[in-house]
Write a protein that binds this ligand. Sequence first.
Ligand SMILES: C[S@@+](CC[C@H](N)C(=O)[O-])C[C@H]1O[C@@H](n2cnc3c(N)ncnc32)[C@H](O)[C@@H]1O
Length: 189
Amino acid sequence: MKSYRDIQGFFDYGHLFKRFIQEIPDGGIFIECGSWLGKSSAFLCDAIEESGKDLNLWIIDSWLGSSVERGSSHALVTRKDIYQIFLENMRGRKFNHIRGLSHEVCNSFQHGSCDVVFIDMEHTYESVKEDIKDWLPKVKKGGTLAGHDYGSKRWKDGVQKAVHETLGKENIEVVSCGANSCWVYKNDK
Ligand SMILES: C[S@@+](CC[C@H](N)C(=O)[O-])C[C@H]1O[C@@H](n2cnc3c(N)ncnc32)[C@H](O)[C@@H]1O
């Protein structure tokens, strides 16, 4: 099985995934939106396996790259079928996945059914705002909605504006991951 370390990606939040796994009860649902070539997903699968917990992991991605990054960090999508690379990288692991646009795929999940939804997709203000609107209703009471690039040099302005406007700055926890950080929102409503 390929180690997550040998997969190219944008992953620096392993400690947060481990914390979420500890918090979720057996039988819980963990949704990861944005997998790219599977680096974060491979880590997550392995960490769930190591925890001994029986969790339902769903990995969601269009595997088309983010539209604003196809000319830069996601340029690989113009040359290669990254969905096939993802499948190859994940070979031997147990997971569910849905290929599609998050805005449509979210309809496959019932309201109030998910324990954790983690968002690492397109990082523009409009996209993050839409992602939060789509996924917040899917998170169960006491569950968690979280996302990457809150402290990213390139994306923080849009990500922070969207997160603060939709969830309230005072309601989120910021968890550092190297030079970057993630936002975490507990759904107490
Ligand atoms: C930053 S990458 C994810 C990085 C990954 N977590 C890792 O560890 O390397 C963002 C991913 O989100 C996907 N994506 C962007 N917008 C999307 C959308 N609206 N619906 C589904 N997937 C999307 C892209 O295809 C890309 O694979």
